[in-house]
Design a binder for this molecule. Structure first.
Ligand SMILES: Cc1cc2nc3c(=O)[nH]c(=O)nc-3n(C[C@H](O)[C@H](O)[C@H](O)COP(=O)(O)OP(=O)(O)OC[C@H]3O[C@@H](n4cnc5c(N)ncnc54)[C@H](O)[C@@H]3O)c2cc1C
Length: 254
């Protein structure tokens, strides 16, 4: 039995873990992907106070080190469901086990929006990437395609133009060129909250409904970071949410 289970080891979840551990609570952090979350792949962050410029990997590496040193337990497991338990508290089910806890902090962030069914079919067996800086080098001298029309797509195209033989640019739902060997998808991000849809209120876009106090519609369940309804989705607002959500969970546990 843990005092608090935090779902997601992005910058919001890790900050919540630091605050909860410093208050002496037992903390389990569950992460399905990379510790550090979406910012890990960013080569340069220019707006995190205290660092004129830092890579996402370095920044989150420091924070995870701090979290580990404080004694938060981190397990690489995907959360599949969360349910209220009979005696109060919650049961968290993962792909590897089940954990009981007194309070939950949802910090699952956002994930890249997937291709439409039609384009996914068109892509067939060709590799799909959501990160040109991570995977672009694999396609040196080969033709690739970027799907998307926003700033991220423009950034991906510029990056790939220095590597690939040709970079096609298509919009959502246009056919994927036959000779492109890989598909880079840059069509926005969506909240990773489907597993919580029966536990807490979500807005029409799937974000967990909560104000600045990070309280959800379910007592004992708090939310931090990009998966919450908010105006500004950035590192500093995710960090702030982590502290607020942990404080709210501590008060709830008494
Ligand atoms: C390319 C890029 C560049 C950016 N640059 C900047 C910048 O320069 N400055 C800035 O302030 N912000 C920047 N941002 C935004 C910033 O990265 C986010 O606001 C911030 O990282 C959000 O943190 P988070 O902890 O809320 O979510 P995330 O970082 O998304 O972390 C959520 C974590 O939860 C995990 N998770 C999801 N579902 C489950 C589940 N069911 N079970 C277990 N774990 C789960 C995910 O694997 C992930 O690791 C950038 C974002 C991107 C993508």
């Amino acid at each position: 039995m843990y005092d608090i289970v935090i779902i997601g080891a992005g910058i919001a979840g890790m900050t919540a873990a630091i605050y909860a551990r410093r208050a002496g609570k037992s903390v389990l952090v569950l992460e399905t992907g990379v510790c550090g979350g979406q910012i890990v792949s960013a080569l340069e962050v220019w707006n995190y106070p205290g660092f004129a410029k830092i890579s996402g990997a370095k920044l989150t590496g420091e924070i995870s080190h701090q979290m580990n040193n404080l004694g938060a337990e981190l397990k690489y497991e995907e959360v599949l469901a969360v349910a209220k338990s009979d005696g109060g508290g919650f049961e968290v089910k993962t792909d590897e086990g089940e954990y009981a806890c007194g309070a939950i902090i949802i910090a699952t962030g956002t994930e890249p929006r997937k291709l439409s069914e039609k384009q996914a079919k068109d892509a067939g067996e060709r590799p799909i990437s959501h990160c040109a800086t991570c995977d672009g080098a694999l396609y040196k001298g080969k033709p690739v395609v970027v799907v998307g029309s926003g700033n991220t797509a423009k950034h991906e195209i510029k990056y790939l133009e220095g590597i690939a033989a040709k970079v096609y640019h298509i919009h959502h739902d246009e056919p994927i060129p036959k000779d492109a060997v890989a598909v880079f998808v840059a069509i926005g991000r969506v909240p990773a909250t489907t597993v919580f849809k029966d536990l807490v209120d979500l807005d029409v876009d799937g974000y967990v409904v909560a104000g600045e106090n990070c309280r959800t519609s379910c007592p004992g369940v708090f939310v931090a970071g990009d998966c919450r309804t908010k105006d500004v989705r950035q590192l500093v607002t995710a960090v702030a949410d982590g502290a607020v959500a942990a404080g709210a969970a501590l008060r709830y546990l008494g």
